[in-house]
Write a protein that binds this ligand. Structure first.
Ligand code: IMP
Ligand code: MG
Length: 185
């Protein structure tokens, strides 16, 4: 793997902008869930960076759990529309206030399937916190209760989001240079 610079067209969201928006989201979540038992559910792997930065800023007690789903095969850039649960939660969510933490909502298929599944487990409340919203690509209507940024229809990477599993560690969101990845698909 080459350095990320090979694949970077432009930085879409700088580290400072990400961090200050996450500050704002954490203030809102802390206020809305004050006095109630909060469970953050992170969808692996893309949501990890966002989860850890968000939870560090929450001023209320909360627990975390993880689940993994797949809708994109490595190398593919289109959502298949169907989602597979590859890692389930460790604990029951019955009667708990669940906030799903996602990196990006694109077609909406992933989060719609996850919401449908989790609803059957009878949480007290179920909301969505997404860092990025590629709104113009939406195929299914999904409620986004906390939204970091609405972004254009471009393939992005960094800050949890991968380019074929690499570069999740970058502290910013970058746009992929399409000609640089033509060999990937
Ligand atoms: P959806 O089911 O189409 O909403 O897809 C959501 C998932 O697709 C996200 O959780 C990401 O893993 C992946 N995804 C969508 N757009 C991008 C992108 O621009 N960069 C990296 N991953 C993406
Ligand atoms: Mg993801």
């Amino acid at each position: 793997m080459k350095g990320y610079e090979t694949y970077l067209a432009e930085v879409l969201i700088e580290e400072d902008a990400l961090q200050s928006r996450i500050d704002e989201l954490a203030v809102a979540v802390s206020a809305d869930y004050a006095g109630s038992d909060l469970l953050l559910i992170c969808i692996l792997r893309g949501g990890v960076m966002f989860l850890t930065d968000l939870m560090r800023r929450l001023t209320i007690p909360h627990a975390i759990d993880f689940m993994a789903v797949s809708s994109y095969g490595s190398g593919a850039r289109q959502s298949g529309g169907s989602v597979r649960i590859s890692l389930d939660l460790t604990a029951s969510i019955e009667n708990r206030n669940v906030l799903l933490v996602e990196d990006i909502i694109d077609s909406g298929n992933t989060i719609a399937s996850v919401l449908e599944l989790l609803k059957t487990r009878k949480p007290r409340s179920l909301k969505v916190c997404a860092l990025l919203d590629k709104a113009s690509r939406r195929e299914v209507d999904v409620p986004i209760d906390y939204r970091g940024f609405t972004i254009p229809d471009k393939f992005v990477f960094g800050y949890g989001l991968d380019l074929d599993e690499y570069y999740r560690n970058l502290p910013f969101i970058g746009v992929v240079r399409p000609e640089s990845v033509s060999g990937f698909d």
